[in-house]
Design a protein around this ligand. Structure first.
Ligand code: ADP
Ligand code: ZN
Length: 728
């Protein structure tokens, strides 16, 4: 038999299948070590055949790398599907197995225990074997007769190594080894006995009916999580498994807590912030069928579960579901593939579905289920718009409107909690010299540096470059430096100054870089230790804090003026989501939204919770301008360290593509231009952007891929993406 192997070479153009023979039995899906040129390389067996069509001498597979078959037949099919979307097979295969398994460095954790040997029946028999004077030996034997088996490292605390050694040698004690799972932390949550509301029950009935794919449009706090759990329960009962996706790692401790309370050890968590050991154990539990629910952010869509009953994507509109680095994929497309393969249910849920998904529901691709009420008919929190221009005119130049401050004060007096949302991290967005106007810029990127007061640094949020903060202008020596727009750090500082009695926490990318740090923050806020939580979009989604009654949105406009056709949509989603954190339990909630453009239509829809009105307006606009979902936007990004080289290469690509597409049906327009961020991490960036009508896109994409994949020029990298989430 000939085995077809994909070799695991990173950053190479090689994505070819090579033939090998094997001196020992192997299975399709095994990871193996193979000779490749002069080297030995890891690879994946993806197929077998009787005859090789290559003209080279076949070499032997050297060894199998795991004691199980790592890649299931489904994942092999998925690889084929993904490679049809212009992705390298090896990049896909790598997604399916965590690094800690692939690199062979992490091992199963075994702990040694000491027990009374089976040969010794009673305490007296044991004592007969010991010298009367061996006091500590006697004490230890008595202790183990009382306590049963004990971990050796606990015994080590009280007894010497010689004591243990001689007891083992005398045959009184035995060592045994137990495997121990390294389990990720979660929030402590009690399992509540819950009776479904009528709305939830109707939704459940519909989902368990004959249809397969659903969009659940349920307002924040309508009890979607409970609904998901019921659908999963149904799957488990039928002997099937489930995947549950959440948009952010920071949401997993809460969801894991809720799921553990309900499903116990049947749930495993998969994400990149776990320790290698945790990841190794959680993955293996899923692979060997010990746990049956995979929970995690987008990468958990590749969970090694077979026989799926349901795949759920919570907060489906979230842009984190699109992978923007290699391999680039849309989680919803992978989910749709797996749902079809397993013939299982697919649930997308959101309070603010993406315009594209809602449109697809409206043309019947998903069955739409609406949940319009909060649990127990609690009201959605009232959203009040605050005109910050008026505040300025009235002489208030601080970041807080007078109204917001007094509302915070009132809430704190009532011992209720407050969330303050600002989607900008750091202390201030930039620093400017008041004399000459100098602004420190990142030398590697086309952006200004952000001031972080924590470590008095200037940082680039794109490449991570970090410098010491300046105390005078390097250009003119002036010491009068002005800070730009405020970030979360400064908000915390101000709030701490104004409310010195209260504890303020911050949750953003910077405060959560250490493992499990977000669990500490969430637990502390959840338990009421802290009164105010300040954060970026990390605090906007999904969290279910019972005692939060006030949400302040400091700068609602941030996402409104980005150059992106989804700017309105993103703003609507973000504000609705943050607002949804208030008043989730018995006390009513209130939202104060500060803006400089209060008359903007998006805010009017947001304040009324009028998703449908917003959608109708937005979809009309997209129809008129032929933006997605009515088209696909393909962007080919050209990058090189030399700006002229990059521009020239991009222009060549433009010529090739526009030449090949000339006269083709379905092309709306083709443009070449510098990327919005002209330089990033030392690379100069240019792009060709092509708008294609949906119905013609398949053909045209193939032409574009052919050209961009075969375009090779020294020092230039080219990649293509469809409907980019951010056109920076
Ligand atoms: P969503 O995900 O729609 O924002 P959640 O699922 O977080 O909402 O539900 C909000 C709160 O309501 C949770 O604390 C949940 O435990 C509770 N809840 C859900 N369903 C019910 C029910 N049928 N009866 C009582 N409480 C419920
Ligand atoms: Zn930079």
């Amino acid at each position: 038999m000939i085995y077809e192997v994909i070799v695991d070479i990173s950053n190479s153009e090689v994505d070819k299948v090579f033939d090998y023979i094997s001196p020992f039995p192997v299975n399709i899906g095994d990871r193996v070590l193979v000779p490749f040129g002069k080297r030995q390389i890891e690879g994946y067996i993806i197929g077998q055949k009787e005859k090789s069509d290559g003209s080279y001498d076949l070499k032997d597979i050297i060894m199998k790398l795991d004691d199980f078959t790592a890649i299931t037949p489904e994942m092999l099919e998925l690889t084929k599907y993904m490679s049809s979307m212009n992705l390298r097979k090896v990049d896909c295969l790598r997604q399916f197995i965590p690094t800690s398994i692939r690199n062979g460095k992490t091992k199963i954790l075994k702990r040694s225990y000491l027990k009374i040997s089976d040969k010794v029946g009673t305490l007296d028999q044991a004592l007969d074997l010991l010298n009367r004077g061996a006091k500590s030996q006697i004490t230890l034997v008595k202790r183990l007769f009382v306590n049963g088996n004990e971990q050796e490292r606990d015994i080590n605390k009280d007894f010497s190594a010689t004591t243990i050694k001689s007891l083992v040698e005398k045959g009184v004690l035995e060592r045994i080894y137990y495997e121990e799972n390294r389990t990720p932390k979660s929030l402590d949550i009690e399992n509540k006995k819950i009776e479904l509301t009528l709305e939830q029950q109707n939704a459940l009935n519909e989902i368990l009916g004959p249809e397969k794919s659903f969009l659940i449009h349920g307002v924040t706090g309508s009890g979607k999580t409970e609904l998901y759990m019921r659908v999963i329960e149904d799957s488990l009962k039928k002997g099937k498994n489930a995947i549950m996706l959440v948009p952010e790692i920071s949401l997993t401790p809460q969801m894991l807590g809720v799921f553990r309370a309900r499903f116990g050890e049947q749930v495993s968590l998969l994400h990149s912030n776990l320790s290698p050991g945790e990841r190794f154990d959680e993955w293996r539990k899923l692979r060997n069928g010990y746990s049956r629910i995979a929970l995690g952010p987008r990468s958990a869509i590749f969970a090694p579960l077979e026989n799926l009953g349901v795949i759920i994507i919570d907060e489906e509109h979230d842009s984190s579901y699109v992978s923007e680095s290699n391999p680039r994929y849309f989680t919803s497309e992978i989910a749709a593939f797996r749902a079809k393969y397993n013939n299982c249910k697919l649930l997308l849920g959101s309070a603010t579905p993406s315009i594209e998904t809602y449109y697809r529901a409206s043309i019947g691709e998903y069955r739409l289920i609406a949940m319009n009420n909060r649990i127990n008919n609690r009201c959605l929190p009232e959203i009040e718009t605050i005109d910050m221009r008026r505040e300025m005119k009235a002489g208030n130049t601080s970041i807080f409107s007078a109204k917001l401050l007094s509302a915070v004060e009132d809430s704190l007096k009532r011992k209720e909690q407050v969330m303050i949302f600002l989607n900008r991290r750091g202390y201030s967005s930039f620093v400017r010299c008041q004399e000459c106007g100098f602004i420190p810029m990142c030398p590697s990127c086309d952006v200004s540096l952000t001031f972080h007061s924590e470590d008095n640094s200037l940082r680039c949020h794109f490449c991570g470059n970090k410098y010491r903060m300046i105390d005078e202008c390097p250009n003119c020596g002036n010491k009068d430096l002005k800070e730009g727009r405020i970030g979360t750090e400064k908000v915390v500082k101000e709030l701490t100054r104004i409310f010195p009695e209260n504890k303020v926490l911050r949750m953003d990318l910077d405060s959560t870089s250490q493992k499990d740090s977000y669990i500490k923050i969430l637990n502390s806020f959840n338990s009421g230790e802290a009164d105010i939580l300040v954060g970026t979009q990390m605090i906007a989604k999904g969290h279910d804090f019972k005692n939060v009654t006030l949400v302040g949105i400091l700068d609602a406009d941030i996402s409104l003026f980005i150059q992106d056709f989804r700017a309105n949509e993103r703003t609507f989603q973000l504000i609705t989501q943050v607002a949804g954190r208030a008043g989730r339990d018995c006390k009513p909630g209130k939202v104060l939204m500060q803006t400089y453009v209060p008359s903007n239509a998006v805010f009017a829809f947001t304040a009324r919770y009028d998703y449908k009105g917003f959608y109708d307006r937005e979809i009309e606009k997209r129809k008129g301008t032929l933006f997605p979902p009515f088209s696909k936007i393909v962007r080919i990004l050209t990058q090189a360290k030399d700006g002229v080289l990059s521009q020239k290469a991009n222009h060549k690509l433009y010529d090739l593509i526009s030449g090949a597409l000339r006269g083709k049906e379905g092309i709306i327009r083709i443009q070449e231009m510098p990327a919005a961020m002209k330089k990033k991490s030392d690379y100069y960036r240019y792009q060709v952007v092509i708008w294609v009508r949906n119905e013609f896109s398949q053909n045209i994409l193939e032409i574009i891929y052919d050209i961009s994949n075969s375009f090779h020029e020294k020092g230039v990298t080219v990649f293509s993406e469809i409907n980019p989430q951010q056109m920076i």
